[in-house]
Design a binder for this molecule. Structure first.
Ligand SMILES: NC(=O)c1ccc[n+]([C@@H]2O[C@H](COP(=O)([O-])OP(=O)(O)OC[C@H]3O[C@@H](n4cnc5c(N)ncnc54)[C@H](OP(=O)(O)O)[C@@H]3O)[C@@H](O)[C@H]2O)c1
Length: 331
């Protein structure tokens, strides 16, 4: 039986992570029917956690609430009717409210952690890699040999998109914010890397593709990144809107979309588990296979202890991190 009390980080007022979060002691939650109690090992920080602290995320939980949207941990208890999972099994899962020593998640939101990944790497396999997988494969229908333009190619979802596009046989052009990040994107498999603010993105993409343009654009940044993408996207290209880390939500230029024959496609991964769990199962199976075969590997920028969790979110908010920042909760 777990201790009856646990520590959890809670957003008690909206603002930047360092101001918004307090470390509280709470009762360990009890799993209801169809739910599972998980003892948290590690939580990967995501940009949506920063937005949750600020009150700018599309979901706005009532204060106070526990942030954290993905974890790796051990099954510590099963609610009524849960089958297919056993106590002690190492699992991955996603739900708002996991930045705590224990969390309850619906059984359907959990999947076995690939044995080949340690806790820090495994913690980041759910949200970023499934977001990238759904964007590239489900929404953009990426084909081998196509050119993919990935913005923020050294960030959490961006690096996952680079690795998955390369694994699918596509050719990747990455855009990053600094020369140091360029090296990371290259190591992940980007053939061409352009540095935001230093290189001309539109000209760089046209040169790299011999005038063809990007068949698929993966855009977690928005603003100028979106606008540049519309100017170097290929005939029948697919521009996937993933996020707005740059802070500006662009307007879709419908006339330009028509004239240039391209598509602007939205991706909200969080809707898939509830509406198309069958495709989530497919994504999980493919990601597990790729992780076990070494075809993908979450990159960990740094690990912070649980007591310093706000530092992880502050680092993400600053935009300077590479891959994932992980909060180690227990070992
Ligand atoms: N659609 C979905 O289902 C879904 C799921 C998960 C995440 N997202 C979204 O995807 C985006 C990226 O999330 P993430 O977890 O990968 O975050 P991340 O690791 O922090 O990556 C964001 C990157 O965006 C770039 N960036 C450009 N302008 C920025 C600015 N003003 N402030 C901060 N970063 C800036 C930075 O890379 P450079 O310095 O290289 O430009 C930064 O590393 C977020 O908008 C998030 O909400 C969407």
């Amino acid at each position: 039986m777990p201790d009856p009390r646990m520590r959890a980080w809670r957003v008690t007022r909206l603002g930047e992570p360092a101001d918004a979060l307090t470390l509280d002691e709470l009762d360990v939650p009890v799993p209801g029917p169809g739910e599972v109690l998980v003892r948290t090992r590690a939580v990967a920080a995501n940009f949506p956690d920063v937005l949750l602290c600020r009150g700018e995320y599309q979901v706005k939980p009532e204060l106070p609430f526990v942030p954290g949207i993905e974890l790796v941990g051990d099954v510590a208890g099963l609610g009524e009717g849960v089958t297919g999972l056993r106590v002690g099994e190492r699992v991955l899962g996603s739900k708002i409210g996991v930045l705590s020593e224990y969390a309850v998640l619906p059984a359907a939101d959990l999947w076995p952690a690939p044995a080949g990944l340690d806790d820090a790497a495994a913690a980041g396999l759910t949200v970023a890699y499934q977001t990238a997988w759904f964007a590239l494969h489900r929404r953009a229908r990426l084909q081998a040999g196509e050119w993919v333009l990935v913005h923020a190619a050294a960030g959490g979802v961006g690096l996952a998109a680079v690795q998955l596009a390369v694994a699918a046989g596509a050719r990747v052009i990455g855009v990053v914010g600094s020369p140091a990040k360029a090296e990371v994107a290259r190591t992940a498999g980007a053939e061409v890397v352009l540095v935001r603010g230093a290189d001309d993105i539109v000209a760089g993409v046209k040169t790299a593709t011999a005038g063809h343009g990007a068949d698929v654009v993966f855009d977690p940044v928005g603003g100028d990144a979106f606008t540049a993408s519309t100017k170097c996207i290929a005939f029948e290209g697919r521009l996937v809107v993933v996020g707005f880390a740059g802070g500006t939500i662009p307007a879709v230029p419908a006339g330009h979309v028509l004239v240039k024959n391209y598509s602007v496609i939205g991706l909200h991964w969080g809707m898939y588990p509830g509406i198309r769990p069958d495709i989530v199962d497919q994504a999980r199976a493919e990601l597990t296979q790729l992780a076990d075969a070494g075809g993908i590997r979450p990159v960990v920028d740094h690990i912070v202890p649980f007591a310093d969790a706000p530092q992880a979110l502050t680092a993400l908010a600053g935009g300077g991190t590479v891959g994932r920042v992980v909060v180690q909760v227990a070992s």
